[in-house]
Design a protein around this ligand. Structure first.
Ligand SMILES: [Zn+2]
Length: 345
C-alpha cells in the first residue's frame, strides 16, 4: 500500500509499505481524509522529524479490520482518530490529573506502542482502538478530518471560559484561529475580532461570523476602543505564535484580561513581564486537547452549530501532496486547510 512519509527538510516521499500488522487492541482504518495541519508544516519546514505517525494526524476513515481486545469497534464503522481517555495507571493519572496522562500524550505525538510507522497520508493506518471516535451521522469524512483541530480549538476556548458580554480577539486566522473564533462566540463571547494579514482569511473569518477582521494591530485597537467601555479585549487567543503575535496580543488585552497561548512556534518569544505585572494580565496556555474536547467538537458539528466546511475547498491525492506543502508554507492556498485523500476522485 502507498504512504507519504517525511524523510528530511521539505522532502515528502511516496513509498510502498506492507499493510500494517493488526495488533491486539488495535484496528486498521482505511483513510478517507487527512488534513494537513500546522504541526505537519512545521516538521516539513524544519526537517526535525516527529514520530512518523505524527505526520498526518488529522484523519477520518472506515474501520476495515478489528484486532483482539477491540470489541467495542466494528468493521465499516466511520471514525476519526484522536486521543484515548486517560489510562488511569500512569503517575499523573494516579495523582488525579488525567488531563496530563502520559498515554494520551504518547498517542497525541504518535509514540505509543500501537502507533503506525507512518501517519494518515496513506491508504491504511493502524491505531489503538481507544483512539477511535465514532463520526456522528450527518458529519461527512471531510468535516470529520477537522475534528482534531476542532478539538484543539475547543480546548483553547474551554481554557479561557468566556462569559456573556466578553470581547474576544483571535490573533492569527489559520485553521485553529478560525475555529477558536467560532467556538469563542458559541461559548459566550459577544463580540469577536480577528487579526490576520491575509485578506482572504479575514474575509473567511467574517463569513464564519466574526464581527470584525483587521490586518493591522492599530486598526484592531481603535475598534476595541469603540467597544463597550473601551477597555480592550477581555480575552486574546494567540493562535499565531512568535514575537509579533505576542506583542500584538499584549497590546489588545485589557488590564486584568486573559491571554491564551495556542499557536506553536520554534522561535524564542519574550513575554514582557513588566507589562503583565503592571496590568495584572493573566497568561495561560493550551496544549492539544482531551477526549472531552473531541466529543464536544463532534457534537457541535453534528448539530450544525460548529461549521468547518468553509475552511477547505480542495482535496489532493499522493501526486499533489509534496507540492501542496510548498503552497501551504507560502500561504498560497485559498483556504487554510487542504485535505488529503488516497483516492481524491
Ligand atoms: Zn494515564
Amino acid at each position: 500500500m502507498r504512504a507519504a512519509v517525511l524523510t528530511g527538510p521539505r522532502t515528502v516521499e511516496i513509498v510502498d509499505r506492507p499493510e500494517p500488522e493488526l495488533l491486539p487492541g488495535s484496528c486498521l482504518v482505511a483513510v478517507e481524509r487527512c488534513g494537513i495541519g500546522g504541526p505537519d508544516l512545521l516538521a516539513w519546514r524544519s526537517g526535525n522529524l516527529p514520530a512518523p505517525a505524527w505526520f498526518g494526524h488529522e484523519w477520518s476513515g472506515r474501520v476495515v479490520a478489528v484486532g483482539a481486545e477491540s470489541s467495542d469497534r466494528f468493521i465499516g464503522e466511520r471514525v476519526v482518530g484522536a486521543v484515548p481517555p486517560p489510562c488511569g495507571n500512569c503517575v499523573p493519572c494516579r495523582a488525579g490529573i488525567g488531563a496530563f496522562c502520559r498515554l494520551v500524550l504518547d498517542m497525541i505525538i504518535g509514540t505509543d506502542e500501537r502507533a503506525s510507522d507512518h501517519g494518515a497520508f496513506a491508504e491504511l493506518i493502524r491505531a489503538d482502538s481507544r483512539r477511535l471516535h465514532r463520526l456522528p451521522e450527518g458529519v461527512d469524512y471531510a468535516d470529520g478530518a477537522l475534528a482534531e483541530p476542532g478539538a484543539v480549538a475547543a480546548h483553547a476556548v474551554r481554557q479561557a471560559d468566556p462569559s456573556l458580554g466578553d470581547v474576544a480577539v483571535v490573533v492569527g486566522a489559520g485553521t485553529v484561529g478560525l475555529l477558536v473564533a467560532e467556538l469563542a462566540r458559541l461559548a459566550g463571547a459577544s463580540r469577536v475580532a480577528v487579526l490576520e494579514l491575509e485578506p482572504e482569511r479575514r474575509e473567511l473569518a467574517c463569513d464564519l461570523g466574526t464581527d470584525a477582521a483587521f490586518a493591522e494591530a492599530g486598526d484592531l485597537n481603535r475598534w476595541l476602543a469603540a467597544q463597550g467601555h473601551g477597555l480592550g479585549a477581555d480575552i486574546v487567543f494567540d493562535c499565531a505564535g512568535g514575537q509579533k503575535a505576542m506583542d500584538d496580543s499584549l497590546a489588545s488585552v485589557r488590564s486584568g484580561g486573559l491571554m491564551v497561548l495556542v499557536g506553536a512556534t520554534p522561535d524564542e518569544v519574550v513575554i514582557p513581564a513588566g507589562q503583565l505585572l503592571s496590568r495584572e494580565v493573566t497568561v495561560t496556555s493550551s496544549l492539544g486537547y482531551t477526549i472531552a474536547d473531541v466529543h464536544r467538537a463532534l457534537d457541535l458539528m453534528a448539530d450544525d452549530r460548529f461549521r468547518v466546511s468553509k475552511l477547505y475547498d480542495r482535496i489532493v491525492g499522493f501526486a499533489e501532496l509534496p507540492s501542496v506543502f510548498e503552497e501551504l508554507s507560502r500561504r498560497r492556498t485559498r483556504r487554510p486547510k487542504v485535505l488529503f485523500s488516497p483516492d481524491p476522485a
